[in-house]
Design a protein around this ligand. Sequence first.
Ligand code: AMP
Length: 193
Amino acid sequence: MLIVFIGPPGSGKGTQSVRLAKRLGIPQLSTGEVLREVKTGTSPLAQQIASAIDRGELVSDELIMELVAVRLEQSEYRNGCIFDGVPRTVSQAIALDELLETKQTGLDHVISLVVPESELVSRLMGRASVQHRDDDVPEAISQRLSIFNDRTAKLLEYYQSRSVVRFVDGVGSTDVVFDRILTGIRSNSPTRR
Ligand code: AMP
């Protein structure tokens, strides 16, 4: 099972994708998490990644797709995975489709978590005091939201043109939102064509 989770920062996509991965018995691939680990290093690449993340900018498509391709070669991914935070741009989506095609497979579901912007900002500011993420500061938050609204919204258009997006209301308790996600997945046959 291959599922893409799309959602603005603060939408709960991390929490929900971990939960869904556990329920389905497949790994979650969060590019943000992998990058946060890499950025703690001292190499020029680590510094480049740290600078992009801390400013709320996107890391290059090439780097992201390399990271994904390496993961998908690993045996624990043989039954699929939940993509959390990737793809984020149309070119990443095209590259992912091409990569999956070489493996004679394709996406089963694309889930878009929908949360109003005012709620996102208050959730992110709340998270900042608990998790201490370097990019949960007002400037980076507004940059990340604006990138989401601009580039990631085009990604949704790309997937919608292939009629594969399940829009899920992301406002409510974690349990309620999770149930909506499960209903969305169960009530629709897989999107793969
Ligand atoms: P996330 O944990 O998904 O919110 O990602 C945190 C940060 O990692 C983002 O703001 C970007 O700087 C970077 N990042 C994560 N995934 C991607 C991606 N697919 N493409 C480009 N940058 C990414």
